[in-house]
Design a binder for this molecule. Sequence first.
Ligand code: SME
Length: 161
Amino acid sequence: MAEEITIDASYSKQQKYEVLLPQIAALIAPESDLIANLANVAAALKEVFGWWWVGFYLVKANELVLAPFQGPIACTRIKYGQGVCGTAWKEGKSLLVPDVEKFKGHIACSSKSVAEIVVPIFDKQKQVIAVLDVDSEQFDVLDDTDVHDLEIITTYLSLKF
Ligand code: SME
């Protein structure tokens, strides 16, 4: 297994994903432990894109509970339908929030976060079992390219639950 993610910092966002996706697939393929895989995926995304916060919440007893992440400390529990994470869980679809101030009910774990993407992760029965959350401290960084390619990464992870 490769011990490091190799991505040229001068690449465009699309190029970074093109090179990153197979590396993430190779990283998690041989490992069966869920937490180990979530931890490495969070670290890889943080390293390549430098977002303010990136990590996972797991569905546990009708709440989202904080799981492996990279970035500052964060809210530990989020209820179904609350915030961007709880809404993505409830609606079963990815949410791109370019300005968190405009999202009613946004949970501000950090005042630095101004934009966010949340992607649900599904099990084989199409139930949401976790979410991937990305927070940026900059406007105009997160877009549909991220949503599209983060959904590919969450599809890889779905197979590991
Ligand atoms: N902002 C999220 C909460 C999680 S933190 O951003 C890490 C939300 O509204 O659900």
